[in-house]
Ligand binder design. Sequence first.
Ligand SMILES: C[S@@+](CC[C@H](N)C(=O)[O-])C[C@H]1O[C@@H](n2cnc3c(N)ncnc32)[C@H](O)[C@@H]1O
Length: 216
Amino acid sequence: MTLPAIDPLAITSSSDIEILLSHCDGPLCWEHVFGNRYPVEIEIGSGKGKFIIRSAHAHPDKNFLGIERAGKFYRILKERALRAGISNIRIVRCDAAYFLRKYIPAASVHAYHIYFPDPWPKKRHHKRRLVTQEFIALLSETLMPGGHLFFATDFREYFEIITMHARACPTIQEILCTTILPGTVDPEQAPTNYERKYLMQGREIYKAAYIKRLSP
Ligand SMILES: C[S@@+](CC[C@H](N)C(=O)[O-])C[C@H]1O[C@@H](n2cnc3c(N)ncnc32)[C@H](O)[C@@H]1O
């Protein structure tokens, strides 16, 4: 049975869209979180929310969750998501690795979007990077079979490491690995704020996508 989606006109306060960890004690029930059984897509590091808010608008038959750790971006994300008044978006302020480990049920997510994860270019800061072999394993465990994983970055060395880890993960398969050259696309059509910013600066953008295998 599909539960009715929340009435968009009723989205008036942050309690309608915010997942508060103080109210959660283990893996979430998506039907409870969104009020329906539509597929769930998660963006990690939503920043100011351009991608997730546009996606939620464009796909009312899907649910979107944005995970953002930084308070200053999270406040903007929350304000914009509230102003958008859409019923299929939820946000949470949390470290993504912690949130996935503790609150995302296994094999329950239809897609992950990770766009321009902080590259931490200095070698001594590499340990702060979000996307590691363990993190990719966590993404794969929580993706449903046939689900997708999307990455984009302007930082070539980090991209090579991400794709190396992803290719070493036996439960996902690469379906896209490409470079977008500046001047070949309109920055104004970029899906995220950082992609627009870097295209305008004339930087190359590296993208990869993976599908969760149907059987191990
Ligand atoms: C470079 S910005 C990219 C923002 C957006 N995805 C875009 O493309 O415009 C990276 C974002 O990821 C967030 N972030 C970094 N590490 C995170 C983590 N461990 N968990 C959740 N968010 C994180 C940062 O706070 C920041 O908003």
